[in-house]
Design a protein around this ligand. Structure first.
Ligand code: UD1
Length: 421
């Protein structure tokens, strides 16, 4: 298995282009199921998760291909042949569950495997199921698959989500576009990826209002058409690269970044001593002080601090002056990066959903590995300013969410290379 070797140094200088959002793209792609006309996505990121979604759509009979250096995705569902999302594909990626709503809405039925380790009614699909049942789908669990049917079509409904789940909001909005009548989702998720999905659906002819607020109203239509849509900038990739100069020193311009995508994150890092300025091309980030200060952070649904940037921020706080507290409220057990950072000399105490980080002067390079995407990149960030060499293994996690991570960091002066196994 490949590994990434980072040799600590700095400062960094230059620019990093930010790709289209993985999480937006993974919700936009299943929208093709809702129409028999072509859907084209531009600014699509070149990632293995996008490949997995492509394979899933193709397994349903959709056409899906990449053009122009991989950044344009064209899809067509004019001849869907199956409504069966197989375990072999779904188990690789939780976002596969986003085909459920579109399939029931277009085909009147669907069989979608649950991702491993989940039971109906419990995490992580209960909110999706509850919402689609409100729209009139009958759903039961057999043989590890959700079997959903709505032979007479879906009907608009009032749906109040117990938690502002991103995926549940996306599944319900997509299904409601073809339901009869009006659907109102309250306590809807407000993430930019949902706003992006709604804009695309609207370009396809859907009637939707309220995206970006916690109340989304969908007026069902008989059919949707094709569209061409540009995928929104990846705010998590943006935040990740903003932390590179914050950790290693220097000045980096993140091209395509905007403040509105990362406001709560910017508030925190500015408080720690990082400078962020909007430019005509993106966000210019630099470290103004020799050493950053500790800050406290609680992860929350958007517009709060994103859970997907918690691991990367922890990497920064390991060498900040003082004691920082990180509260993780979205996912249980999302501190798997803490023991690895500890191996690099960090002082971190994890108690349940809270991590307390006592800043040290410097981290030291070490062989490390991570069990998820954001944790992996946090170890690379930590390695940028650590003494000596950090070897990050299990690189396939990174390929799921960061295109050309080595090239992008090398371009701003980091000493980083991918070593083939
Ligand atoms: C999306 C993002 C993920 C991000 C997360 C939170 C994609 C592809 N992934 O994931 O990167 O970390 O939002 O911002 O967009 N839950 C339930 N029942 C449900 C659904 C969710 O209990 O039916 C729980 C989950 O277990 C989790 C929390 O709600 O603890 C947040 O999940 P959700 O907002 O649905 O995240 P995802 O859409 O899976």
């Amino acid at each position: 298995m490949d590994s990434i070797v980072v040799t600590g140094g700095g400062p960094l200088k230059g620019e990093i282009p930010i790709a289209g959002a993985k999480n937006a793209c993974l919700a936009l792609m299943p929208a093709t199921i809702l129409s028999d006309e072509p859907l084209t996505l531009t600014n699509a990121p070149r990632l293995s998760d996008i490949k997995t979604m492509t394979t899933l759509l193709q397994s349903l009979g959709a056409e899906a291909s990449r053009l122009q250096d991989g950044q344009v995705l064209t899809m067509s569902s004019h001849a869907l042949t199956s409504a069966h999302a197989d375990y072999e594909i779904v188990r690789k990626m939780r976002a596969s569950n986003l085909v459920l709503g579109p399939l029931v809405a277009r085909m009147g039925h669907a069989e979608v495997s649950l991702p491993g380790g989940c039971a109906i009614g419990a995490r992580p699909m209960d909110l999706h199921i509850h919402g689609l049942e409100k729209l009139g789908a009958e759903i039961d669990l057999r043989d590890g698959y959700l079997h959903a049917k709505a032979p007479k079509g879906l009907k608009g409904a009032m749906i109040d989500l117990d938690f502002a789940s991103v995926g549940a909001t996306e599944n319900i909005v997509m299904a409601a576009t073809l339901a009869k009548g009006t659907t109102v989702i309250t306590n809807a998720a407000r993430e930019p990826e949902i706003v992006d999905l709604v804009r695309c659906l609207r370009a396809m002819g859907a009637q939707i209002e309220g995206e970006g607020s916690d109340r989304i109203e969908v007026q069902g239509v008989d059919r949707l058409s094709g569209a061409t849509h540009r995928v929104v900038t990846d705010r998590i990739e943006l935040g990740t690269y903003m932390l590179a100069p914050a950790i290693a020193g220097g000045e980096v311009e993140c091209l395509g970044g905007t403040l509105e995508l990362v406001q709560s994150f910017v508030d925190r890092i500015e408080r720690a001593g990082v400078s962020v300025k909007e430019t005509s091309r993106g966000l210019m980030v630099s470290r103004t002080s020799e050493r950053l200060s500790a800050v406290d952070v609680t992860t929350e649904p958007f517009p709060g601090f994103p859970t997907d940037l918690q691991a990367q921020l922890m990497a920064m706080l390991c060498t900040a002056d003082g004691v920082s507290t990180l509260n993780e409220t979205i996912f249980e057990n999302r501190f798997m990066h803490a023991p690895e950072l500890t191996r690099m000399g960090a002082e971190i105490d994890v108690q349940g959903g809270t991590a307390t980080v006592t800043g040290v002067e410097k981290l030291r390079g070490a062989p490390v590995m991570a069990t998820d995407l954001r944790a992996s990149v946090s170890l690379i960030l930590a390695g940028l300013a650590a003494e000596g060499e950090t070897v990050v293994s299990r690189v396939y996690h990174l390929d799921r969410g960061y295109e050309h991570v080595v090239r992008k960091l090398e371009h701003v002066g980091a000493r980083i290379e991918r070593v083939k196994a």
